[in-house]
Write a protein that binds this ligand. Structure first.
Ligand SMILES: [Zn+2]
Length: 172
C-alpha cells in the first residue's frame, strides 16, 4: 500500500479547481487507499485532499481521531464530491497543511457543518460534523477549490506563524 508524494506550495495543482468524480470505481478506491496510507504515514496529519497528492479530483480523506481520540468525530472518513449543505457558527483556530509544512495560520471557520457526498462504496452520505473534524472538512474542501489556508488568513504578519516542529501540530 504505497504512500504518495505530497505536493507543496506553490505547485500549480494546489491552486486549481479539482474535477467532480463521475463514477466511484476501483481506480478511485485505489487512490483513496493510497491517500489514507499517505495521511497515516504523516505525523500529525488529520486529512489529505486528492490534489495534494497530484490527483485533481474532488476527493478527501480525514481522520481527526488520531489527534483528539474517538469522541465527537467519525474516525476515518473518505468522501467524494463533497458539498457543504449547511454551516453554523464561527471560530478561529490555528491550522497547518502538509503542503505548507513550515507555517501555521489563524483561520476563521464554521463551527458546525453538514457535508453531503459519496462514500467509497458509491453511496450518498450526509455527515453532521463539529469541532476539529468540521474544521478539517472545510480545510480539505478548500483544497478541492484551489484554496489554501494562507489565502484565508487576514494578516500575513499577525496570523501566519513559523511552525516549531512538535509532533502535536495538526497538519491537513
Ligand atoms: Zn492542507
Amino acid at each position: 500500500m504505497p504512500t504518495l508524494p505530497v505536493l507543496r506550495y506553490p505547485h500549480q495543482t494546489l491552486r486549481a479547481r479539482s474535477l467532480e468524480v463521475d463514477n466511484v470505481n476501483d481506480e478511485i478506491r485505489r487512490i483513496i487507499t493510497d491517500m489514507i496510507d499517505t495521511m497515516y504515514a504523516s505525523p500529525g496529519c488529520v486529512g489529505v485532499a486528492a490534489p495534494q497528492v497530484g490527483y485533481p479530483l474532488r476527493i478527501f480523506v480525514i481522520d481527526v481521531s488520531r489527534k483528539i481520540g474517538p469522541k465527537k468525530n467519525h474516525g476515518l472518513l473518505a468522501l467524494v464530491n463533497p458539498v457543504v449543505a449547511y454551516s453554523e457558527g464561527e471560530k478561529i483556530t490555528r491550522e497547518g497543511c502538509l503542503s505548507i509544512p513550515d507555517f501555521l495560520g489563524n483561520v476563521k471557520r464554521a463551527r458546525k457543518l453538514i457535508v453531503m457526498g459519496i462514500n467509497p462504496e458509491g453511496k450518498e452520505v450526509e455527515i453532521l460534523s463539529q469541532g476539529l473534524e468540521a474544521i478539517a472538512f472545510q480545510h480539505e474542501i478548500d483544497h478541492l477549490n484551489g484554496v489554501l489556508f494562507i489565502h484565508r488568513i487576514s494578516s500575513l504578519t499577525g496570523d501566519l506563524v513559523r511552525r516549531k516542529s512538535t509532533p502535536k501540530d495538526t497538519k491537513d
